[in-house]
Design a binder for this molecule. Structure first.
Ligand SMILES: Cc1ncc(COP(=O)(O)O)c(C=O)c1O
Length: 358
C-alpha cells in the first residue's frame, strides 16, 4: 500500500452481480458494458473478472483496442461504431463489432472490401433522439446491410432507452412498442435493455441485455438501493487521515470559509480532493465513513484534501482509513448529495488513485 487513496475493486462482487444480472435476464445473453475504463473500475480488470459474460461493450475504438491488447478474446462491440475508413480497418484488424447508427457508417461498410466480416448492430432511434436511424428507415437500412459486398458475420438490431430509470414513465413502454413494430419481420436478434431496462422493464425482452451500472453494484433507480436489487458494490474508495485538529467555535475551515464551527469541534483532514475525482460541488454535510461511522464533510473540497467533522466520533488519528464510498456508504448516496449520479463519480476517479484488485 503505497498511495494514500485507493480504489479497491472487488472481483467477487463483479461476478456475483453478473450472476444476479443473468438471473434477471433469463434466456437473454449479456453484453457487459465496460466503456469509460469500466466505469472507472479498470476495463481490463473488469473484463478479466467477467470472463463469463457473452460479450463486452465499449464506446470507442481505442477502448476496444486496449481490451484486445489486454488479451480479451470475447466479442467486443463499439457502441458508437466508427467514423472513418482508417478506423474501420483498425476495427477489422482487431475483430471489433460495430454499432451502425448513421448513414455514413453504412456507406463505409458498403465500401469495405477486406477479408474481415463484421458483426453489426443496427441501432434504431425509438425515442432517445441521440444515436440511431428513425424506425421508418429501419427496413431500408437493413436491406442495405443485407446487400453488403462483404457480407456481415451477423446483423442484430438494438435501441436504447431514455427514461427506463423512471419506473412509472410510459415512454419506455412506448419505445419498446416502436422497436417491436419496426423489427417484427426482421427475424434478427435484438437488444433493448441497459441496467434500468433490465431491472425495471422485464417485459422489454430482446435476445441480449447491455448492463453497465448494475454490474458495478449500483442501483439505476433513485431511492432504491443496490442491495434491494441483489447487487453488491464493486468499488471501495478509501483514503487516509493526514491530520486532525481542534477548531474552536466560530472558526471556519477551508477555502472561502464555507463552514464555520457552531461548537468547539474536532476535524480530520483526509487525502482526497477533486484531483482524485471527488466533486468540488460536494456540500457541507456530505457523508464520509470513518471506522464504519458516518461523519459530515465540512468546507470546500480542495484539490488534494477534504475536511470532516469528527467531533461525535471515537478518537480519530493520523493514518486511519476513511471510506469515501463502498459497502459502508453507497456511492449513490454520495452522488445524490452532490446533485449528480453514481456514473459521474465512478467514471471520474482519476489516475492518481491507485486501483487494487481483490
Ligand atoms: C448503448 C448503451 N447500452 C448500454 C449502456 C449501459 O447502461 P447502464 O450503465 O445504465 O446499464 C449504455 C450506457 O450508457 C449505452 O450507451
Amino acid at each position: 500500500m503505497s498511495r494514500l487513496i485507493r480504489a479497491v475493486i472487488d472481483t467477487a462482487a463483479l461476478r456475483s452481480n453478473l450472476d444476479r444480472i443473468r438471473s434477471a435476464a433469463g434466456r437473454r445473453r449479456v453484453l457487459a458494458v465496460v466503456k469509460a475504463n469500466g466505469y472507472g473500475h479498470g476495463a481490463s480488470t473488469v473484463a478479466r473478472a467477467l470472463g463469463a459474460a457473452d460479450a463486452f461493450g465499449v464506446a470507442r475504438l481505442d477502448e476496444g483496442v486496449a481490451l484486445r491488447d489486454a488479451g480479451v478474446t470475447h466479442p467486443i462491440l463499439l457502441l458508437e461504431g466508427v467514423v472513418t475508413r482508417e478506423q474501420l480497418h483498425e476495427a477489422a484488424a482487431r475483430r471489433l463489432d460495430l454499432v451502425v447508427h448513421e448513414p455514413g457508417q453504412v456507406a463505409l461498410l458498403e465500401a469495405w472490401r477486406g477479408p474481415h466480416r463484421f458483426g453489426i448492430w443496427l441501432k434504431l432511434d425509438t425515442g432517445m433522439h441521440r444515436l440511431g436511424f428513425p424506425v421508418r428507415e429501419a427496413a431500408a437500412v437493413r436491406a442495405r446491410l443485407a446487400a453488403l459486398a462483404v457480407p456481415a458475420a451477423s446483423v442484430r438490431v438494438m435501441t436504447h432507452f431514455a427514461r427506463a430509470d423512471e419506473r412509472d414513465c410510459p415512454e419506455t413502454g412506448a419505445q419498446v412498442a416502436r422497436f417491436e413494430a419496426a423489427v417484427a419481420r426482421f427475424g434478427l436478434e435484438t437488444s433493448l435493455c441497459n441496467s434500468a431496462g433490465l431491472f425495471g422493464w422485464p417485459a422489454a425482452g430482446g435476445d441480449w441485455v447491455r448492463p453497465g451500472l448494475s454490474l458495478y453494484g449500483v442501483s439505476p433507480f433513485a431511492g432504491e438501493s443496490a442491495a434491494s436489487l441483489g447487487l453488491a458494490p464493486v468499488m471501495t474508495l478509501t483514503t487516509t487521515v493526514i491530520a486532525t485538529r481542534a477548531v474552536a467555535r466560530g472558526e471556519s475551515v477551508g477555502y472561502g470559509g464555507l463552514w464555520r464551527a457552531a461548537r468547539d469541534s474536532r476535524v480530520a483532514v483526509l487525502a482526497a480532493g477533486y484531483a482524485d475525482g471527488l466533486l468540488r460541488g460536494l456540500p457541507n454535510g456530505a457523508p464520509v465513513a470513518l471506522c464504519g461511522v458516518r461523519a459530515p464533510l465540512v468546507g470546500r473540497v480542495s484539490m488534494d484534501m477534504i475536511a470532516v467533522d469528527v467531533t461525535d466520533l471515537p478518537p480519530v488519528e493520523v493514518g486511519m482509513p476513511a471510506e469515501l464510498w463502498g459497502p459502508a456508504l453507497a456511492v449513490e448516496e454520495v452522488a445524490s448529495s452532490a446533485g449528480t449520479l453514481a456514473y459521474e463519480l465512478l467514471c471520474g476517479v482519476t489516475q492518481r488513485v491507485e486501483r487494487i484488485t481483490i
